[in-house]
Design a protein around this ligand. Structure first.
Ligand SMILES: CC(C)=CCC/C(C)=C/CC/C(C)=C/COP(=O)(O)OP(=O)(O)O
Ligand SMILES: [Zn+2]
Length: 415
Protein backbone atom coordinates (compact mmCIF):
# COMPACT_ATOMS: atom_id res chain seq x y z
CA UNK A 1 0.00 0.00 0.00
CA UNK A 2 2.66 2.59 0.98
CA UNK A 3 4.49 1.79 -2.28
CA UNK A 4 1.33 2.43 -4.25
CA UNK A 5 0.92 5.80 -2.57
CA UNK A 6 4.50 6.78 -3.32
CA UNK A 7 4.17 5.89 -6.98
CA UNK A 8 0.88 7.78 -7.17
CA UNK A 9 2.53 10.82 -5.61
CA UNK A 10 5.37 10.55 -8.11
CA UNK A 11 2.91 10.34 -10.96
CA UNK A 12 1.09 13.47 -9.78
CA UNK A 13 4.35 15.25 -9.26
CA UNK A 14 5.71 14.36 -12.67
CA UNK A 15 2.63 14.65 -14.83
CA UNK A 16 0.40 17.13 -13.11
CA UNK A 17 2.42 19.47 -10.94
CA UNK A 18 4.06 21.63 -13.50
CA UNK A 19 7.02 19.59 -14.81
CA UNK A 20 5.64 19.96 -18.31
CA UNK A 21 3.83 23.20 -17.69
CA UNK A 22 6.12 25.33 -19.89
CA UNK A 23 5.57 23.20 -22.96
CA UNK A 24 1.85 22.83 -22.37
CA UNK A 25 1.27 26.54 -21.77
CA UNK A 26 2.95 27.55 -25.01
CA UNK A 27 0.80 25.28 -27.14
CA UNK A 28 -2.36 25.97 -25.13
CA UNK A 29 -2.22 29.75 -25.20
CA UNK A 30 -2.24 30.02 -29.00
CA UNK A 31 -5.04 27.49 -29.34
CA UNK A 32 -7.03 29.13 -26.58
CA UNK A 33 -6.77 32.54 -28.15
CA UNK A 34 -7.98 31.18 -31.49
CA UNK A 35 -10.96 29.62 -29.71
CA UNK A 36 -11.80 32.42 -27.33
CA UNK A 37 -11.67 35.37 -29.74
CA UNK A 38 -14.64 34.41 -31.90
CA UNK A 39 -16.46 33.32 -28.77
CA UNK A 40 -16.29 36.79 -27.20
CA UNK A 41 -17.17 38.45 -30.51
CA UNK A 42 -20.16 36.27 -31.15
CA UNK A 43 -21.50 36.08 -27.64
CA UNK A 44 -24.82 37.87 -27.62
CA UNK A 45 -27.04 37.48 -24.58
CA UNK A 46 -29.92 39.40 -23.08
CA UNK A 47 -27.30 41.14 -20.89
CA UNK A 48 -25.06 42.24 -23.78
CA UNK A 49 -28.07 43.37 -25.81
CA UNK A 50 -29.47 45.40 -22.90
CA UNK A 51 -26.11 47.04 -22.41
CA UNK A 52 -25.80 47.84 -26.12
CA UNK A 53 -29.13 49.64 -25.98
CA UNK A 54 -28.03 51.69 -22.95
CA UNK A 55 -24.69 52.54 -24.62
CA UNK A 56 -26.50 53.75 -27.74
CA UNK A 57 -28.95 55.96 -25.87
CA UNK A 58 -26.15 57.48 -23.74
CA UNK A 59 -23.95 58.08 -26.77
CA UNK A 60 -26.87 59.78 -28.55
CA UNK A 61 -27.34 62.07 -25.57
CA UNK A 62 -23.63 62.92 -25.42
CA UNK A 63 -23.71 63.72 -29.11
CA UNK A 64 -26.87 65.83 -28.83
CA UNK A 65 -25.61 67.79 -25.82
CA UNK A 66 -21.96 68.05 -26.84
CA UNK A 67 -21.95 71.86 -27.18
CA UNK A 68 -24.14 72.54 -24.17
CA UNK A 69 -22.81 73.66 -20.85
CA UNK A 70 -25.16 71.61 -18.70
CA UNK A 71 -25.89 72.42 -15.06
CA UNK A 72 -28.04 70.90 -12.38
CA UNK A 73 -31.57 72.27 -12.90
CA UNK A 74 -31.91 73.08 -9.23
CA UNK A 75 -35.16 75.10 -9.22
CA UNK A 76 -36.77 72.44 -11.39
CA UNK A 77 -35.81 69.59 -9.04
CA UNK A 78 -36.83 71.70 -6.08
CA UNK A 79 -40.40 71.79 -7.45
CA UNK A 80 -40.51 67.98 -7.50
CA UNK A 81 -39.26 67.76 -3.90
CA UNK A 82 -41.44 70.61 -2.59
CA UNK A 83 -44.49 69.04 -4.19
CA UNK A 84 -43.86 65.79 -2.35
CA UNK A 85 -43.61 67.57 1.01
CA UNK A 86 -46.81 69.56 0.46
CA UNK A 87 -49.10 66.98 -1.21
CA UNK A 88 -50.11 63.37 -0.77
CA UNK A 89 -47.67 60.98 -2.37
CA UNK A 90 -48.94 58.99 -5.38
CA UNK A 91 -50.65 55.65 -4.54
CA UNK A 92 -47.80 53.53 -5.94
CA UNK A 93 -45.60 54.76 -3.08
CA UNK A 94 -47.74 52.66 -0.71
CA UNK A 95 -45.11 50.03 -1.41
CA UNK A 96 -42.75 52.20 0.68
CA UNK A 97 -45.04 52.20 3.73
CA UNK A 98 -42.30 50.54 5.79
CA UNK A 99 -39.69 53.01 4.51
CA UNK A 100 -41.19 56.32 5.60
CA UNK A 101 -37.99 57.60 7.28
CA UNK A 102 -36.19 56.88 4.01
CA UNK A 103 -38.55 59.12 2.06
CA UNK A 104 -37.97 61.90 4.59
CA UNK A 105 -34.19 61.50 4.37
CA UNK A 106 -34.06 61.27 0.55
CA UNK A 107 -36.32 64.29 -0.01
CA UNK A 108 -34.96 66.38 2.87
CA UNK A 109 -31.35 65.63 2.00
CA UNK A 110 -31.86 66.42 -1.70
CA UNK A 111 -33.28 69.85 -0.82
CA UNK A 112 -30.49 70.57 1.62
CA UNK A 113 -27.79 69.39 -0.80
CA UNK A 114 -28.92 71.96 -3.36
CA UNK A 115 -29.47 74.78 -0.89
CA UNK A 116 -29.59 74.41 2.91
CA UNK A 117 -32.36 77.04 3.09
CA UNK A 118 -34.64 74.95 0.89
CA UNK A 119 -35.31 72.61 3.79
CA UNK A 120 -37.46 75.22 5.54
CA UNK A 121 -38.29 75.33 9.28
CA UNK A 122 -41.74 74.06 8.31
CA UNK A 123 -40.26 71.01 6.65
CA UNK A 124 -37.90 70.41 9.58
CA UNK A 125 -40.89 70.53 11.90
CA UNK A 126 -42.79 68.08 9.68
CA UNK A 127 -39.87 65.63 9.51
CA UNK A 128 -39.07 65.65 13.23
CA UNK A 129 -42.71 65.41 14.36
CA UNK A 130 -43.51 62.60 11.97
CA UNK A 131 -40.49 60.55 13.08
CA UNK A 132 -40.94 61.15 16.77
CA UNK A 133 -44.68 60.38 16.58
CA UNK A 134 -44.17 57.13 14.68
CA UNK A 135 -41.60 55.70 17.10
CA UNK A 136 -42.50 55.91 20.76
CA UNK A 137 -39.90 57.14 23.28
CA UNK A 138 -37.61 58.68 20.65
CA UNK A 139 -36.36 55.44 19.16
CA UNK A 140 -35.16 52.95 18.18
CA UNK A 141 -37.03 54.02 15.05
CA UNK A 142 -39.32 51.99 12.83
CA UNK A 143 -40.55 52.37 9.24
CA UNK A 144 -43.99 53.75 10.13
CA UNK A 145 -46.63 53.96 12.84
CA UNK A 146 -47.22 50.61 14.58
CA UNK A 147 -44.22 48.88 12.99
CA UNK A 148 -41.27 47.19 14.70
CA UNK A 149 -37.98 49.06 15.20
CA UNK A 150 -35.74 48.29 12.23
CA UNK A 151 -32.00 48.88 11.94
CA UNK A 152 -32.12 50.26 8.39
CA UNK A 153 -35.07 52.57 9.11
CA UNK A 154 -33.44 53.66 12.35
CA UNK A 155 -30.44 54.87 10.32
CA UNK A 156 -32.70 56.75 7.89
CA UNK A 157 -34.65 58.33 10.78
CA UNK A 158 -31.50 59.48 12.59
CA UNK A 159 -29.98 60.96 9.39
CA UNK A 160 -33.30 62.68 8.58
CA UNK A 161 -33.28 64.19 12.08
CA UNK A 162 -29.68 65.31 11.53
CA UNK A 163 -31.04 67.51 8.71
CA UNK A 164 -33.44 69.29 11.09
CA UNK A 165 -30.96 71.69 12.71
CA UNK A 166 -32.29 70.69 16.15
CA UNK A 167 -35.72 72.13 15.37
CA UNK A 168 -37.73 72.47 18.61
CA UNK A 169 -34.90 70.67 20.43
CA UNK A 170 -35.74 67.45 18.55
CA UNK A 171 -32.19 66.13 18.97
CA UNK A 172 -32.70 65.96 22.77
CA UNK A 173 -35.71 63.74 22.16
CA UNK A 174 -33.70 60.96 20.51
CA UNK A 175 -33.48 58.06 22.96
CA UNK A 176 -29.72 57.56 22.71
CA UNK A 177 -29.52 55.05 25.56
CA UNK A 178 -32.46 53.01 24.23
CA UNK A 179 -30.90 52.93 20.76
CA UNK A 180 -27.58 51.80 22.23
CA UNK A 181 -29.12 48.90 24.19
CA UNK A 182 -31.10 47.86 21.13
CA UNK A 183 -28.00 47.94 18.87
CA UNK A 184 -26.18 45.70 21.34
CA UNK A 185 -29.12 43.27 21.31
CA UNK A 186 -28.98 43.12 17.48
CA UNK A 187 -25.36 41.95 17.50
CA UNK A 188 -24.80 38.47 16.05
CA UNK A 189 -22.06 35.96 16.97
CA UNK A 190 -20.41 36.46 13.53
CA UNK A 191 -19.85 40.20 14.21
CA UNK A 192 -22.76 41.36 12.06
CA UNK A 193 -26.04 42.97 13.13
CA UNK A 194 -29.51 41.64 12.37
CA UNK A 195 -32.06 44.20 11.24
CA UNK A 196 -34.81 43.41 13.79
CA UNK A 197 -34.83 41.79 17.23
CA UNK A 198 -37.58 39.40 16.19
CA UNK A 199 -36.44 38.43 12.69
CA UNK A 200 -34.17 40.01 10.14
CA UNK A 201 -31.28 39.64 7.75
CA UNK A 202 -27.65 40.29 8.61
CA UNK A 203 -25.33 41.95 6.07
CA UNK A 204 -23.00 44.93 5.60
CA UNK A 205 -25.97 47.30 5.35
CA UNK A 206 -26.84 46.46 8.94
CA UNK A 207 -23.23 47.01 10.02
CA UNK A 208 -23.15 50.43 8.39
CA UNK A 209 -26.54 51.44 9.81
CA UNK A 210 -25.49 50.39 13.31
CA UNK A 211 -22.03 51.96 13.21
CA UNK A 212 -22.93 55.23 11.54
CA UNK A 213 -25.77 55.88 14.00
CA UNK A 214 -23.51 54.94 16.91
CA UNK A 215 -20.78 57.27 15.61
CA UNK A 216 -23.21 60.17 15.22
CA UNK A 217 -24.82 59.66 18.63
CA UNK A 218 -21.45 59.14 20.36
CA UNK A 219 -22.16 55.56 21.49
CA UNK A 220 -19.52 53.75 19.43
CA UNK A 221 -18.13 51.63 22.28
CA UNK A 222 -15.60 48.77 22.05
CA UNK A 223 -18.43 46.43 23.13
CA UNK A 224 -20.53 47.44 20.13
CA UNK A 225 -17.56 47.06 17.77
CA UNK A 226 -16.35 43.62 18.90
CA UNK A 227 -15.99 41.27 15.92
CA UNK A 228 -17.23 43.85 13.41
CA UNK A 229 -13.90 44.28 11.64
CA UNK A 230 -13.52 40.49 11.23
CA UNK A 231 -17.05 40.27 9.79
CA UNK A 232 -16.28 43.00 7.24
CA UNK A 233 -12.90 41.57 6.19
CA UNK A 234 -14.65 38.32 5.23
CA UNK A 235 -17.07 40.21 2.97
CA UNK A 236 -14.36 41.37 0.53
CA UNK A 237 -14.44 39.10 -2.51
CA UNK A 238 -11.80 37.99 -5.00
CA UNK A 239 -13.01 40.82 -7.28
CA UNK A 240 -11.98 43.50 -4.76
CA UNK A 241 -15.43 44.86 -3.87
CA UNK A 242 -17.58 43.60 -1.00
CA UNK A 243 -20.56 41.29 -0.91
CA UNK A 244 -23.30 41.59 1.70
CA UNK A 245 -22.25 38.62 3.85
CA UNK A 246 -19.00 36.82 4.72
CA UNK A 247 -17.88 34.47 1.93
CA UNK A 248 -21.30 34.40 0.29
CA UNK A 249 -22.22 37.02 -2.29
CA UNK A 250 -20.69 38.69 -5.29
CA UNK A 251 -19.18 42.15 -4.88
CA UNK A 252 -21.82 44.89 -5.16
CA UNK A 253 -21.60 48.70 -5.02
CA UNK A 254 -24.18 49.14 -2.26
CA UNK A 255 -22.71 46.53 0.06
CA UNK A 256 -19.20 47.74 -0.74
CA UNK A 257 -20.05 51.27 0.30
CA UNK A 258 -21.53 50.01 3.56
CA UNK A 259 -18.45 47.91 4.34
CA UNK A 260 -15.93 50.61 3.44
CA UNK A 261 -17.77 53.42 5.26
CA UNK A 262 -18.01 51.11 8.31
CA UNK A 263 -14.28 50.44 8.22
CA UNK A 264 -13.65 54.19 7.96
CA UNK A 265 -15.80 54.68 11.08
CA UNK A 266 -13.75 51.99 12.85
CA UNK A 267 -10.53 53.68 11.62
CA UNK A 268 -9.47 50.34 10.11
CA UNK A 269 -9.36 50.75 6.34
CA UNK A 270 -5.85 49.32 6.27
CA UNK A 271 -7.04 45.81 7.19
CA UNK A 272 -8.57 45.20 3.74
CA UNK A 273 -7.01 44.88 0.31
CA UNK A 274 -7.35 48.53 -0.70
CA UNK A 275 -5.51 48.03 -4.00
CA UNK A 276 -7.96 45.47 -5.33
CA UNK A 277 -10.87 47.53 -3.97
CA UNK A 278 -9.65 50.56 -5.94
CA UNK A 279 -9.27 48.48 -9.09
CA UNK A 280 -12.79 47.17 -8.61
CA UNK A 281 -14.22 50.68 -8.15
CA UNK A 282 -12.39 51.82 -11.23
CA UNK A 283 -13.70 48.84 -13.23
CA UNK A 284 -17.27 49.84 -12.31
CA UNK A 285 -16.97 52.94 -14.54
CA UNK A 286 -17.81 52.40 -18.21
CA UNK A 287 -15.96 54.26 -20.99
CA UNK A 288 -19.10 54.57 -23.09
CA UNK A 289 -21.82 55.37 -20.54
CA UNK A 290 -19.36 57.23 -18.26
CA UNK A 291 -21.27 56.27 -15.07
CA UNK A 292 -20.94 53.22 -12.81
CA UNK A 293 -22.48 49.77 -12.68
CA UNK A 294 -23.00 48.18 -9.28
CA UNK A 295 -21.41 44.83 -10.20
CA UNK A 296 -19.73 42.94 -13.03
CA UNK A 297 -21.78 42.52 -16.19
CA UNK A 298 -24.62 44.73 -14.99
CA UNK A 299 -25.91 48.02 -16.34
CA UNK A 300 -24.93 51.58 -15.48
CA UNK A 301 -27.15 53.15 -12.81
CA UNK A 302 -27.07 56.71 -11.39
CA UNK A 303 -27.31 55.64 -7.73
CA UNK A 304 -23.89 53.98 -7.94
CA UNK A 305 -22.51 57.49 -8.48
CA UNK A 306 -22.76 57.51 -4.70
CA UNK A 307 -22.39 53.87 -3.67
CA UNK A 308 -19.22 53.46 -5.77
CA UNK A 309 -18.31 57.18 -5.99
CA UNK A 310 -18.72 57.49 -2.21
CA UNK A 311 -16.47 54.49 -1.66
CA UNK A 312 -13.84 56.12 -3.90
CA UNK A 313 -14.24 59.44 -2.06
CA UNK A 314 -13.65 57.73 1.30
CA UNK A 315 -10.47 56.11 -0.03
CA UNK A 316 -9.38 59.46 -1.45
CA UNK A 317 -10.05 61.14 1.92
CA UNK A 318 -7.78 58.60 3.64
CA UNK A 319 -4.90 59.28 1.25
CA UNK A 320 -5.17 56.28 -1.10
CA UNK A 321 -5.57 58.50 -4.20
CA UNK A 322 -8.32 58.78 -6.80
CA UNK A 323 -9.65 55.71 -8.59
CA UNK A 324 -12.58 57.16 -10.57
CA UNK A 325 -12.93 59.69 -13.38
CA UNK A 326 -14.94 62.52 -11.82
CA UNK A 327 -15.52 64.64 -14.99
CA UNK A 328 -16.84 61.56 -16.83
CA UNK A 329 -19.18 60.75 -13.95
CA UNK A 330 -20.39 64.35 -13.94
CA UNK A 331 -21.29 63.98 -17.62
CA UNK A 332 -23.33 60.86 -16.92
CA UNK A 333 -25.13 62.57 -14.04
CA UNK A 334 -25.98 65.81 -15.80
CA UNK A 335 -26.66 64.45 -19.28
CA UNK A 336 -28.12 60.99 -18.68
CA UNK A 337 -29.74 61.18 -15.22
CA UNK A 338 -31.43 64.56 -15.78
CA UNK A 339 -33.90 65.80 -18.42
CA UNK A 340 -35.67 69.10 -19.02
CA UNK A 341 -38.95 67.20 -19.40
CA UNK A 342 -39.34 65.80 -15.87
CA UNK A 343 -37.87 67.07 -12.60
CA UNK A 344 -35.95 64.72 -10.30
CA UNK A 345 -32.99 62.50 -11.17
CA UNK A 346 -33.05 58.96 -12.52
CA UNK A 347 -31.17 55.69 -12.78
CA UNK A 348 -30.57 55.86 -16.55
CA UNK A 349 -32.25 57.19 -19.74
CA UNK A 350 -35.66 55.59 -20.16
CA UNK A 351 -36.30 55.29 -16.41
CA UNK A 352 -38.52 57.64 -14.37
CA UNK A 353 -37.03 59.92 -11.74
CA UNK A 354 -37.59 58.95 -8.10
CA UNK A 355 -36.61 60.27 -4.66
CA UNK A 356 -33.98 57.58 -4.01
CA UNK A 357 -32.11 58.32 -7.23
CA UNK A 358 -32.54 62.09 -6.82
CA UNK A 359 -30.72 61.91 -3.48
CA UNK A 360 -27.93 59.51 -4.41
CA UNK A 361 -27.26 61.05 -7.81
CA UNK A 362 -26.96 64.48 -6.14
CA UNK A 363 -24.57 63.03 -3.55
CA UNK A 364 -22.59 61.60 -6.48
CA UNK A 365 -22.54 65.02 -8.14
CA UNK A 366 -21.06 66.51 -4.99
CA UNK A 367 -18.30 63.89 -5.17
CA UNK A 368 -17.43 65.00 -8.71
CA UNK A 369 -17.14 68.61 -7.51
CA UNK A 370 -14.87 68.14 -4.50
CA UNK A 371 -11.62 66.67 -3.25
CA UNK A 372 -11.71 64.90 0.09
CA UNK A 373 -9.26 64.81 2.97
CA UNK A 374 -9.85 63.51 6.46
CA UNK A 375 -8.99 65.96 9.23
CA UNK A 376 -8.33 63.96 12.35
CA UNK A 377 -11.66 62.18 12.64
CA UNK A 378 -14.19 60.53 10.34
CA UNK A 379 -16.71 63.23 11.34
CA UNK A 380 -14.49 65.87 9.88
CA UNK A 381 -13.66 65.21 6.23
CA UNK A 382 -12.56 68.34 4.42
CA UNK A 383 -14.32 68.76 1.13
CA UNK A 384 -12.51 71.26 -1.13
CA UNK A 385 -14.27 72.44 -4.31
CA UNK A 386 -12.42 71.42 -7.49
CA UNK A 387 -13.76 74.43 -9.40
CA UNK A 388 -14.90 77.71 -7.88
CA UNK A 389 -18.62 77.04 -8.43
CA UNK A 390 -20.00 73.81 -6.98
CA UNK A 391 -23.68 73.03 -7.52
CA UNK A 392 -23.99 70.85 -4.42
CA UNK A 393 -22.87 71.66 -0.88
CA UNK A 394 -19.85 69.81 0.56
CA UNK A 395 -20.75 66.38 1.94
CA UNK A 396 -19.25 63.89 4.31
CA UNK A 397 -18.91 60.74 2.14
CA UNK A 398 -19.01 58.41 5.16
CA UNK A 399 -22.43 59.59 6.35
CA UNK A 400 -24.17 60.79 3.16
CA UNK A 401 -25.02 64.13 4.75
CA UNK A 402 -23.98 67.74 4.15
CA UNK A 403 -20.73 68.25 6.10
CA UNK A 404 -22.21 71.14 8.03
CA UNK A 405 -25.25 69.18 9.22
CA UNK A 406 -23.18 66.15 10.18
CA UNK A 407 -20.65 68.20 12.13
CA UNK A 408 -23.32 70.13 14.04
CA UNK A 409 -25.25 66.93 14.84
CA UNK A 410 -22.14 65.12 16.10
CA UNK A 411 -21.11 68.12 18.19
CA UNK A 412 -24.51 68.06 19.91
CA UNK A 413 -23.88 64.55 21.29
CA UNK A 414 -20.20 64.98 21.95
CA UNK A 415 -20.66 66.02 25.58
C1 LIG B 1 -27.31 52.65 3.92
C2 LIG B 1 -27.88 51.54 3.13
C3 LIG B 1 -28.96 50.75 3.73
C4 LIG B 1 -27.38 51.29 1.93
C5 LIG B 1 -27.85 50.25 1.03
C6 LIG B 1 -26.88 50.11 -0.07
C7 LIG B 1 -27.34 49.15 -1.12
C8 LIG B 1 -27.29 47.70 -0.80
C9 LIG B 1 -27.70 49.64 -2.28
C10 LIG B 1 -28.09 48.81 -3.42
C11 LIG B 1 -29.33 49.29 -4.00
C12 LIG B 1 -29.65 48.68 -5.34
C13 LIG B 1 -29.70 49.56 -6.52
C14 LIG B 1 -29.92 47.43 -5.44
C15 LIG B 1 -30.33 46.89 -6.74
O1 LIG B 1 -29.79 45.68 -6.96
P1 LIG B 1 -30.09 45.10 -8.40
O2 LIG B 1 -29.68 43.69 -8.44
O3 LIG B 1 -31.52 45.38 -8.76
O4 LIG B 1 -29.25 46.08 -9.26
P2 LIG B 1 -27.98 45.83 -10.19
O5 LIG B 1 -28.51 45.21 -11.41
O6 LIG B 1 -27.47 47.22 -10.42
O7 LIG B 1 -27.03 44.99 -9.41
ZN1 LIG C 1 -30.20 52.75 -8.88
Amino acid sequence: MPNKNISRARFINNKLLGRKRDVEEKTCIEEDIREIRPLTMQLSTETTQDRQEVVEVCEDLYHLLKHEDIHLLKEFHRMYLDYSFTNNLPPQLKALDASQPWLLYWIGNSLRLMNPKWLSKNYQQGISEKLLNASVNGGPFCGGLGQLPHLICNYAAVTALALCDNYDDCWSKINVHGIYQWLLALKMPNGGFKTCLEVGECDTRGTYCALSVAAMLNILTPELCTGVEEFLIKCQTYEGGFGGCPQEDEAHGGYTYCAVASLAILGRLEVINVGSLMEWCSARQFNEERGFSGRSNKLVDGCYSYWVGGTAAILEAYGYGECIDKPMLRDYILKCCQTKERPGLRDKPGKSPDFYHTNYVMLGLSITEHNFKVQGSVNSIKCAPIKESAEIVPINPVFGLPSEDLEKFVRFYSH
